[in-house]
Structures are given as C-alpha cells and as structure tokens.
Design a protein. Structure first.
Length: 205
C-alpha cells in the first residue's frame, strides 16, 4: 500500500520523547488535557497512557492535569532548531528516567546525522551494497561527541558527530575491511533506513 505524505508529516515529533518521526512512521494521536493533540510514537504509547493522556477517539477525559507534569527538554534534533524545546510537548518522566545520558546522546547524534548531507551519501551506497550495519558510540570528554560507523562487508564510513558544534557532522575515516575497525566501533546498535536515516536500537519500556 502506498502512503501519501503531506508537508505536515515532515516535521512531526513524538509528544512524549520528542523524537522527530520518520517519514511514513506510524503514530497515534493523543490529547494531554490542554486542548492540544500530539503524535505519539509506538515506543511511547505506554508512557502516554500512564500519564493519563486520552487517545484520539476515546470517550474518556484526561486523568492527569497540567500541574502534575513538568515541561522537560529532550535532546532530539527535530526539536533543536535553535535548541528550542517543543512548546506543546511534555516528556513523560518514565522515558526520561529510562534513557541514560549515553542513550540520549545517541538519539541526538542520529538526528543530527539524519539532517546532514551524509544521509543521502550512505543511502546511495546502500542502494549498491545492500543493508548496512550501524554503530553509534559516545566518546568521553568535556565536549559531547558521538562516532557513527556505517559498514558493509567491503566498505565502511565513520563520522564524528559533535553535539554542540556549528558543523555537527564530519567524515572522519573510511576503509574497506571490517577488521580495520576497533572492536568498540563494531557494537552494532542502530539501523540504516532505506533513505539513509539512522535509527538507534533503543529497548522499549
């Protein structure tokens, strides 16, 4: 079945975790009780229900009011145009407690990569070489940085994603044999979508 996308689908973000939704990604509409309707990704359905949000089409009313929730900022590039939090979205506490600092850096690095021209580069390579393996490894240090490795059997590319830099993504290295990569860069924890987007493999709640 073909899915027809409109302009409004491009900038959608999950109302719970604030992750930018991929084109064509399914979501469920919820009301947080403030008269607004938010998209919620499949990973956050339980959190939205736990917060008392009302699913679209439900006859019930919200159980949790605005006073019981705090507005929180989640590091996702879909909400970081100018590093501004989404004005209508509230992140559920269970999600924020579940994600470690490293996991949140991985999510932000993936979003920064997806917004860069390198996304189209790896998408083109994948059309020739097939499915890729992807690793996102946060580095220690005062300046947050994540190494994104996209690898095939006969080629690999490694990018440095600086979370606080103006030019966030840079090609760092490339090679041909997976054995050339240090073992720590071969802990595959993400997926490469057909359009070149990187999606972190973060466990559900």
């Amino acid at each position: 079945m073909n899915i027809i996308l409109g302009r409004q689908d491009v900038a959608r973000a999950c109302g719970v975790c604030h992750r930018t939704l991929l084109l064509g990604e399914r979501s469920v509409r919820y009301s947080s009780g403030r008269g607004d309707w938010l998209d919620v990704c499949p990973l956050c359905l339980e959190a939205a229900n736990g917060q008392g949000w009302v699913r679209e089409g439900s006859p019930t009313t919200p159980l949790i009011g605005e006073s019981s929730r705090r507005r929180r900022r989640f590091p996702s590039i879909g909400l970081l145009d100018g590093r501004q939090a989404h004005p209508e979205a509230h992140a559920a506490e269970p999600i924020l407690r579940r994600l470690s600092r490293a996991e949140r850096e991985i999510v932000e690095a993936a979003e920064l990569f997806n917004a860069s021209p390198y996304r189209r580069t790896v998408a083109g390579i994948a059309r020739s070489l097939g499915d890729a393996q992807v690793s996102l490894l946060p580095l220690s240090g005062t300046n947050p940085e994540v190494v994104a490795t996209v690898a095939w059997d006969i080629s690999w590319y490694q990018y440095r994603v600086a979370l606080d830099a103006a030019q966030a993504v840079k090609l760092a290295e490339r090679g041909y044999e997976l054995d050339e990569l240090d073992e720590r860069f071969r802990q595959w924890n993400a997926f490469l979508e057909a359009d070149g987007r990187i999606t972190p493999d973060i466990p559900k709640l």
